[in-house]
Design a protein around this ligand. Sequence first.
Ligand code: NDP
Length: 310
Amino acid sequence: MLKVMFSAKPAAWEEYRETLMTAFDAEGLDVDLSRDHDPAEVDYIVFAPNGPVSDFRPYTKTKAVLSLWAGVETVVGNETLTQPLLRMVDHGLTAGMVEWVVGHTLRHHLGMDAHITQQDGVWRDTVYPPIAAQRTVTILGIGALGAACGQALHGLGFPVRGWSRTPKQIENIECFSGDDGLRDTLSGAEVVILLLPDTPDTRHVLNAETLGLLARGGFVINPGRGPLIDDDSLLAALDRGQVAHATLDVFDVEPLPKDHPFWSHPNVTVTPHIASTTRADTASQVIAQQIKRGERGEPFLHVVDRQAGY
Ligand code: NDP
């Protein structure tokens, strides 16, 4: 019988214990799932950074640490973690992110705010929203989440550009990579969506210089991570109209401090890191499938590259 340790916050245990056992059964895995196994006997750890395990050294037999989160920036540098770390790619999480990104993109693309906030009795019938084909959307980070958002936006008719670390070819997305690629993909960009991981290389990818590459009056949508943006540069770009609006789900410090200027800025929308989340039913299936791969001697999927940081 496999021993699987569940290390996340107590509420997650309530959410996952049954769905995980159902998924293990579906994969034909005989599993003893617990929150307090003897570390020396644990085969796999289901892990979230807000759970009790932070020193992985006693887990001498553990074959993989399965993150419940897509973002691994808080654990990737843990020197006690020598076992393979697998990040979460969950189609429930992806579906939620696609809906959030498409919703916020359409809000800005269609200029919905003007009609929601200006019900003033004036019949303004001369300005029609553009159609998607007239507005290119740029996605920084075209991995599991960014590429799925790109396909959905393409399906609505938006031309889509994407930027990654390594060169890519993805159908329906004009792909760019590397430093020159960043410049090219941001030049004249009207909507920029950030779905990069938080690594030393992606910190402040949007800064005074790169924000200046956008089309004047562009939109920034950040469901990636707070450190991707230099806040002061973004505020300055908003104040001079270079950026028309920023919709931000993630921040350097979370919860966003009450006195942070983002809260009161008229052209900033703050959402409290809710763009998407791992869904217990679908994520449990992913975890069971990964463990089954491990038990069959097949390579794990979505193994974190410690060097690259994601
Ligand atoms: P992936 O690892 O699948 O994709 C990451 C993408 O970023 C890849 O295209 C990768 O390039 C690119 N990238 C990484 N480093 C660089 C770099 N230095 N320069 C250019 N491109 C780079 O991650 P996911 O799509 O699963 O998740 C992305 C992020 O979304 C997570 O790390 C997390 O921070 C965030 N997230 C936010 C949530 C929310 O609710 N707000 C929920 C879930 C995730 P390459 O393809 O070459 O590897």
